[in-house]
Design a protein around this ligand. Structure first.
Ligand SMILES: Cc1cc2nc3c(=O)[nH]c(=O)nc-3n(C[C@H](O)[C@H](O)[C@H](O)COP(=O)(O)O)c2cc1C
Length: 271
């Protein structure tokens, strides 16, 4: 990657209540509050009901911050260019941000600025360890995924606005926003308040195509577009898009399993 001028950023994620003892080595499931996701978790080819998580104590909060810092340090020491803090898609930091999954009565729950506090503290600690310019953050405001519901528009703006106001002085590498409509006022407001590089993705509804990406780049405050499934299926996607070569189709039936099939066995184009 580096020889070809690319940059590698690894995402650091704590699953919170979206994890399961069947896939995390039997560890306790932690979350802001003891509220389980309704439904089943993926455990390899099996599906198992989500566990009721333990509401995190102050010690848990400090440990999880330290774990993010350790993971970031390892990533940079291994030669990667930076890390992305996963605060989206219903995982732990998103569970703190949203009122449906965060019923805490301490300084990490309740009003928007409190719900934004834990994600901000993780970002600050990681930036202090490896430098803010090596850290990005991914959010998915009002994405309503994995039982993390954010249905009050004023509350969403207040919560994510508080997060962005707090991390803005760090000078992060980028803010990545998952939102069905990146032209929406919320995304534009958050992007403008952040003031740095903003990356968007519209989520799972339809696969991002080259045309979609190009039209998203016409919107204000948007510097880049995340591409997921097309890149999984096409190891040489950039070259295919450059020359207009047909793409391999992703095989979603193989996603979220434990082997290479559907991930790293996709053919390169004939040259
Ligand atoms: C198999 C698979 C795994 C994914 N894993 C992650 C992940 O670990 N972290 C994350 O933020 N998004 C993850 N995503 C979501 C993608 O980043 C992206 O938002 C989604 O695929 C929609 O973009 P697309 O239309 O380009 O595929 C994953 C998507 C797929 C298909």
């Amino acid at each position: 990657m580096h020889e070809r001028g690319g940059a590698i950023v690894v995402q650091i994620k704590h699953g919170g209540r979206a994890a399961h003892p069947a896939i995390n080595g039997g560890h306790e499931i932690l979350a802001p509050s003891a509220i389980a996701i309704q439904g089943d978790a993926h455990a390899g080819a099996e599906k198992v009901p989500f566990a009721i998580p333990r509401a995190m104590t102050g010690d848990h909060l400090r440990t999880v911050v330290a774990e993010h810092v350790t993971a970031a340090r390892r990533a940079v020491d291994a030669g990667l260019d930076g890390v992305e803090i996963h605060s989206a898609n219903g995982y732990l930091l998103h569970q703190f941000l949203a009122p449906s999954s965060n019923h805490r009565s301490d300084g990490y729950g309740g009003i928007p600025v409190n719900r934004a506090r834990f994600a901000a503290e993780v970002v600050e600690a990681v930036a202090a360890e490896i430098g803010g310019d090596r850290v990005g953050i991914r959010i998915s405001p009002a994405h309503n995924i994995q039982d993390v519901f954010e249905s009050d528009a004023a509350d969403v703006l207040a919560t994510y606005g508080a997060l962005i106001d707090r991390v803005r002085p760090i000078g992060l590498a980028y803010l990545s926003i998952v939102h069905a409509d990146p032209a929406n006022g919320l995304v534009q407001e958050l992007g403008s308040r952040f003031g740095g590089k903003v990356i968007v993705n519209t989520g799972f509804s339809s696969q991002t195509s080259r045309e979609d990406a190009e039209s998203l780049l016409q919107l204000p405050h948007i510097d880049a577009v995340v591409v997921g499934r097309a890149l999984i299926a096409n190891p040489d996607l950039v070259e295919r898009w450059r020359v207009g070569h047909p793409e391999n189709k992703p095989r979603p039936e193989l996603f979220y399993a434990f082997n290479a099939e559907g991930y790293t066995d996709c053919p390169f184009m004939d040259r």
